[in-house]
Structure formats: C-alpha cells, structure tokens
Design a protein around this ligand. Sequence first.
Ligand code: SF4
Length: 515
Amino acid sequence: MEKFQESMYKLIVETSTKLPKDVRRAIARAKAKENAGTRAAMALTTIACNIKMADENVSPICQDTGLPTFKIKVPVGVNQIKMKEAIRNAIAQATKDGKLRPNSVDSLTGENSGDNLGEGVPVIKFEQWEKDYIDVRLILKGGGCENKNIQYSLPCELEGLGRAGRDLDGIRKCILHAVYQAQGQGCSAGFIGVGIGGDRSSGYDLAKEQLFRSVDDVNPNEELRQLEEYIMENANKLGIGTMGFGGETTLLGCKIGVMHRIPASFFVSVAYNCWAFRRLGVKVDPATGDIIEWLYQEGEDVDFAKELEKAEEKASVNIGETREFVLEAPITEEQIRQLKVGDVVRINGMIYTGRDAIHKHLMDHDSPVDLNGQIIYHCGPVMLKDENGKWHVKAAGPTTSIREEPYQGEIMKKFGIRAVIGKGGMGAKTLAALKEHGGVYLNAIGGAAQYYADCIKSVEGVDFLEFGIPEAMWHLRVENFTAVVTMDSHGNSLHEDVEKSSLEKLAQFKEPVFK
Ligand code: SF4
C-alpha cells in the first residue's frame, strides 16, 4: 500500500499542476481563433502563460484545487478499505506540500479541516471489473464552475428559447441554455458534460462521468454524436467568450451521455467545467501499487512556452488599442471616475484578500486595517509557511465575485474601498453602489493563479487566519497586477452587456432542429 499511496500522490500532483494533452490542444485552438488585441485574446494569452508557469513551477494551475473526486475500477479481491486510506494520506500530503489548497470545510461551522479531509471528502467511488489492473481517474473541479452546473426537468420554459419538450430537441435547448446561463462565471471557455435521464442524483453523476471522456473522442451513439457536434458549432455563436469578455470561443468541449429514466421524470443535467480542466488517470498494478501507464496521453502535446515564444508574446498582456492606467492605493474618487469599462489597469502596492467569511464579518464588525481608498481582492490563495514562519504565495487567482453580491456595495461604502478585483462580475446592487460611491470592479483572469502569484512580491501580514487559509485576509504587495475594468462608476457593466447580447443570440436557436 505504501507504493500505491506514492502513486496516488503522483497522480494528485500531476493533475493539479499539469493540464492533460487533449485540454491543452483545445485551449491552443481557441487561442488561435481570437483576434489579437481583443480582451478575449488577452485573457487567453494570460491563461497560456499561466499553464506554462504551472508546468515549470510544478504548482497548482488554479488556486481552487476543487473537490477531489476519484473514480476507481478494481479487480475482484483488491482491498478497497486500504486503498481509501492510502488516497486520504496522499491527499493530506499533497495539501501539506502546497499542491492542493485546504478546501474541506465543515458545512455547519465553516471550520476548515486544513488537510482536505472531512466527511465525504475526498469523493472516492469504486467499481469492480474483470480486468487485472486498477484504473484510477481523478478530477479536481473548482467551485466557480461547480456552481454553474444546472439541471432541467422537461418539459420546461427556457429564457430566450421557449418551450423545451421531452425529446432530443428539448435536450438541445437545455444544453444551449446551460452555456448561456453560465456566462463567464465558471471561468469560460469551458467544457460541459451532459447526462440525459436518471433521477436528480444519478443524472448529475452521469453528467460528471462525461467529463472523464477525452475531449477528442467520438460519441458511439449517432444521435448524441450529432448533438455534440451541433452544440460545439452553435454554442460558440453566443459570443460570451473567454471570461465572459465576449469573443469567438465560449465552449471547448461537449460530451453527452444517456441512461434510462422512470416515465414520470425527464432530467437533463449539465456539469460545467472551467478551462482549468484538471482530470487525469493512471493504470496501477494491484500487486505492486506501481503506476503502469498514464491515461489521456494520446495525440500531440502543446508546449505553451514555445507557443508564447512563437507568437512573440511576452508574459505581459497584449492590449492593442485599449486605454491603460496604473493604480496604487490609496486611490482617490477622482482617479476611479476616470476609469471606464474596457480599460486595463495595472496595480502596484497593497491589496487585501477578502472572500465569503470576511465579507460577512465586515458587515457588523470593524476592519483590522484601514481600508479607505484600498483594493479588495476576491481570492482564496494557496499559501505555504516556511521553517522561519514566513508565508509564501503558491497560487492566487481570483474567485467568483457574485457570491459577495449581498455585501459588496455596503462594505465598499462603509470602509471607503475604491476597487474590488474578482472574476465573473457582480450584480445590480454592486453596480449601483459603484456609481454612488465612486468605485470600480476589476475582472482578473479566472484560474490564472500562477500568473497572479508571480505579481505578488511580498506577504506583509494576515488577519482572520482563524477563518482558514483561503478565507483569511492576506495583505499582499503586488507589482504589475493586471485586470480589466468590467464595471465602472458610471453605471456601465460589460457583464450586463454580454449577457444581454448573448440572450438575443440565443433566440436564433428557438426553432426545432432535431425532430
Ligand atoms: S479556473 Fe475558475 S472555475 Fe476553475 S477552479 Fe479556478 S477559479 Fe474555479
């Protein structure tokens, strides 16, 4: 079992730090399609740069290392209890080594276990089979995209698309709607797994199962093959684009599975996965515990270091004709009022992380630091403490901002905060507060955890460590931290605009296609 534990550790580290070949090819294809100088092209360049850095540093691609889910097939007679124990040990070790963020919290108290273990975490699903080796597959699916999963109960009425009936055409409408409703919040461009049939829980299981298929495989079911192709061709016409900035590529892969259902229910379940599609697998020898073969290795690999060199792109982004500003806190209202949607800002100096626990806390308490004129970063970083007690940032991309919508506007006004950085945009309440108070929302590139960690030059303090590492308030000194203004102090929101135009485009798919 010691060897098996070692093999599982290798699988976890490789999954967290290196995207599989099929995913890399899909991202490279998307990058080639975007026109230089657009926001989407800039986002994809940052993503490419981030993948390269994660490869080189053997560090997490994204700071949200997700809920580890293992799907394991074992020959009859293999001890599953011992395997489970070895996997749990490997998870705890990978967390200690900064390859996974401590991501397991008590659902009632919010307490972080610190080692990624807990009731039901990690998810480990066993199945027996008659082959003579063990097949272990692992997916690390982050919260931003998990929260964009959606389930439809047919028949139903869909915004922009009208009635979706209990047939292939109704399923088609549900899938297009699923892509539309995700917008950029699940860190598009994304991959979707679709499960048709089952009940509410087995339908979602089937949808997630599809994410274990290779991006380039061909569905053996002819009807589903056609549907997959149709979705890939048409979902990209919605124009949501990378990070919801608008653009040519919204979807990188679509895989559909089907199972029986009971006559009264007809579910279509959609599992959305961000571009940081971390899933890998290995074949293991049950006698020795050694890895015999790595899975998902077919086809050409994309070396993003070479890709970036080839295009003569630098680690810094190409922003074409876009206006560019440098910000350093404390920021004045006048500086903020100059900024408009579409501007690129480069931040130097201090920023403070704050996510769910801190926003809730600050509603009724004082802040431990003076936040007047400051910048809040929606981020739960991966941090490691060295033997001298000094903290180091291992991964630090933005988290989904919409979760803070109930608090954000009020907190900005209460403490005089001038800018928030996050991803996916925020709602009407925050937009109104930005206008009234003089604030901006800055969209960083979701998942670009290595890219942003590199911009952080020092960790100057921390508060609320008792909330757990991801939820604490980290005081970070940054240099050249780049983000795009997507909500300004004049009532403009790029997110609102893209949502509106994609809804209009969705309506072109109202008429039946599959009889
Ligand atoms: S890339 Fe985005 S959605 Fe995916 S895990 Fe990272 S933050 Fe979450």
